[in-house]
Design a protein around this ligand. Structure first.
Ligand code: FE2
Length: 323
């Protein structure tokens, strides 16, 4: 009697385990199928950034912001991405890092980045700031010999300024095109910076504590964040430090890195970032804090966590307006 009861109990338990396994497998397969289609569904969210520091001349100027392409392509030879950029009719193209994959398991392959820079060259003014993948090949030349040199040669070939903790002044020429300015040309200029954080700030957060990054650290890397007068755009790949960015005097921070949180669930939102932060707070979208605008792109591609669910790739469009 007792032996029979035990075997029935075991059977019931096995049934529950099998049902749970089947449900998990179904969810995983559903995510995989959704993700397969979602990864090629390029979206172009448009944000209007209205700010009293935008010079009158820059009202109506449009920025296209690319981040986290990770050598992915849209359509044959990336034509869909190029069309989306052209359709946006940008006055300025900003690249926020992670255009390629730099991992111990990846090949040195900059073909997609090269083709993108070749496409943009001569069409639009382009500026590039590092993500963690560019930073990794710079900091680890033994693991990635000649990678960073080859990358910098590409930027030189296509005349793209690389902003590593550097600030440029931009203004409009007589034809209304955006060009570098002398900082002496104070009126009607904006500032553009690229923040380069070292790999210490990109440690996996399931294994390491979040590295401390303070307002003083930001100010040391980019002294111009104390400028209160000019509209100042900062390409800051990692939005982990949005509260620090928002406390500065810079006007607009453009971030990526989070891939939108990979899988976005209803009510919960972002679930995990490539830096293995669970439920990342700043994974995509627009935020206004004090006088600072922050836009986090969900990015264009994926790599290690190859999933996008409820989280399509984004080519971010920003329209500037003086108010
Ligand atoms: Fe990144």
């Amino acid at each position: 009697m007792i032996i029979g009861d035990d075997s029935n109990l075991m059977e019931y338990k096995m049934q529950y385990v099998l049902i749970a396994f089947a449900v998990l497998l179904f969810i995983a397969l559903t995510f995989f199928v959704i993700s397969h289609f979602e990864k090629s569904r390029l979206t172009c969210p448009v944000y209007q950034v209205s700010d009293p520091r935008v010079p009158e001349a820059f009202t109506g100027k449009r920025i296209v912001f690319l981040s986290d392409l990770h050598s992915c392509t849209f359509g044959s030879e990336n034509q869909k991405l190029y069309e989306a950029i052209d359709n946006a009719k940008p006055d300025l193209v900003l690249i926020g890092g992670d255009m390629m994959v730099v991992k111990s398991w990846s090949q040195k392959d900059f073909a997609v980045t090269r083709d993108l820079l070749a496409f943009l060259n001569g069409r639009y003014p382009v500026y590039y700031a590092p993500g963690n993948h560019e930073q990794r090949m710079k900091e680890k030349p033994d693991e990635y010999p000649e990678w960073f040199t080859t990358f910098r040669e590409l930027l030189t070939e296509f005349d793209v300024p690389y902003l590593e903790n550097e600030t440029l002044a931009l203004k409009l020429d007589s034809e209304g095109n955006i060009r570098p300015a002398d900082e002496a040309e104070e009126d009607d200029m904006i500032l553009l910076s690229g923040l380069a954080l070292d790999m210490h700030y990109y440690k996996k957060l399931l294994l390491h504590r979040k590295a401390r990054f303070s307002a003083e650290d930001l100010q040391k890397l980019l002294p111009k964040v104390d400028d209160k007068k000019h509209f100042h755009i900062v390409l800051a790949h990692n939005p982990l430090y949005v509260p620090v960015y928002a406390a500065s005097y810079a006007s607009l921070f453009l971030c990526g890195h989070m891939h939108g949180g990979c899988v976005r669930l209803p009510l919960i939102g972002a679930t995990i970032s490539p830096q293995l932060e669970l439920f990342p707070r700043y994974a995509k979208g627009y935020k206004m804090a004090s006088d600072t605008h922050v836009i986090v792109s969900a990015g264009l591609g994926t790599h290690s966590i190859n999933l996008r669910v409820n989280n399509p790739p984004e080519l971010v469009i920003i329209d500037l307006k003086r108010n």
